[in-house]
Design a protein around this ligand. Structure first.
Ligand code: AHM
Ligand code: MG
Length: 334
């Protein structure tokens, strides 16, 4: 690892590794880097809302104060649109996808981006980490034509790149282009991301399980049995339970320390809560690139063929052996 390598330098160095290297993907990651810094600045100010006025209130200029998740959505859309580097964007915050077309660049770009601009936003009020998740695909429809839904409804295994930003005790940007996973930490004083976590890897197994156990009674039998297994005193168990309630933060911790994240279906939410395109696919791509795995309990997440933009799926993700054990419990008692 070169000392003090910045994200900007890293992107330039890696550009040659991309299969279809035209610089477009590098520009796109650069734009996400910029938007992440802007959103980071806004998230950091969130604790001041009681002083400057609550969200939903009007500020001194008489303008409506925006909710942070809407603001994050707008910052990412603006940055990507202004730079004319993608042909389409879909966001968890918007019902339909956006097709990008400008006078000088008529649908000439080849990538679409799917984004969850501020995941875990219910945690903002209590000063707990939140995140941004992004996922990038090459379009399927021909260049020069407007994007269609088909360009967004691709299985996760087609992803060209994916990543997340965690706005935590430090702000980090972690991403993969299919050549391993690298993490960059923001130095807020100078607004620069530095390579701090090169080649991130899950341990084969871990000792942490992360699930909202309050929903236990509604879980399928296989998940209930797995949770009991995690709590039994045997071999390296009982495991430790850690649940922040912010996917990005829970995922990030488990990738660094070894563990499994579970958001199962339940009798109340038959498809679980998390969205396949905005949350599960990008996290699954990162997990696999870091030697971990991601499943819906029976199938590999990245193999699922999406049928709707906001479709949900059960999600189990983390250290390979832990996910395999969970799947074995699911097969026994679906
Ligand atoms: P959001 O997209 O509305 O923020 O919801 C997603 C979040 C995840 O970050 C987190 O893992 C999960 O919802 C927590 O849900 P719950 O409160 O049901 O445990
Ligand atoms: Mg979300």
């Amino acid at each position: 690892m070169r000392k003090n390598q910045t994200l900007g330098e890293f992107i330039i160095e890696k550009q040659t590794e991309f299969q279809y290297s035209s610089g477009e993907l590098s520009k796109l990651i650069n734009a996400i880097r910029l938007a992440a810094k802007v959103v980071n600045h806004e998230v950091n100010k969130a604790g001041l809302v009681d002083i400057t006025g609550s969200y939903g209130d009007t500020n001194i200029q008489g303008e409506e104060q925006q909710k942070l998740d809407v603001l994050a959505h707008e910052k990412f859309i603006q940055t990507l649109t202004n730079r004319e580097i993608v042909c389409g964007i879909a966001s968890e915050e918007e019902e339909s996808f956006i097709s990008i077309n400008s006078l000088d660049n008529r649908h000439q770009n080849k990538y679409v981006v799917l984004i969850d601009p501020l995941d875990g936003s219910s945690n903002i009020d209590v000063n707990v980490s939140v995140g941004t998740i992004f996922s990038i695909y090459r379009r399927i429809t021909p260049i020069g034509t407007p994007v269609t839904l088909e360009d967004f409804l691709q299985p996760g295994k087609n992803q060209v790149a994916a990543g997340y930003v965690v706005y935590g005790t430090s702000t980090m940007l972690v991403y993969t282009t299919g050549h391993g996973v690298n993490g960059f930490t923001l130095n807020p004083a100078i607004g620069t991301f530095y390579l701090s976590h090169p080649n991130m890897q899950y341990t084969e197994t871990g000792k942490i399980y992360s699930v909202n156990e309050g929903n236990y009674i509604h879980f399928p039998q296989g998940v209930k049995d797995y949770i009991k297994y995690c709590q039994q005193e045997e071999d390296d168990r009982p495991y430790t339970s850690r649940y922040i309630g912010s996917l990005v933060s829970d995922f990030h911790r488990n990738m660094i320390k070894g563990g499994i994240y579970l958001y199962p279906e339940s009798s109340k939410a038959p498809n679980g809560k998390l969205r396949l395109l905005y949350e599960c696919n990008p996290m699954a791509f990162i997990a696999e690139q870091a030697g971990g795995s991601a499943s819906d309990g029976f199938r590999r997440i990245l193999d699922l063929q999406p049928s709707a933009l906001h479709q949900r799926t059960p999600f189990f993700c983390g250290s390979r052996k832990m996910v395999a054990t969970l799947e074995a419990f699911m097969h026994k008692s679906p």
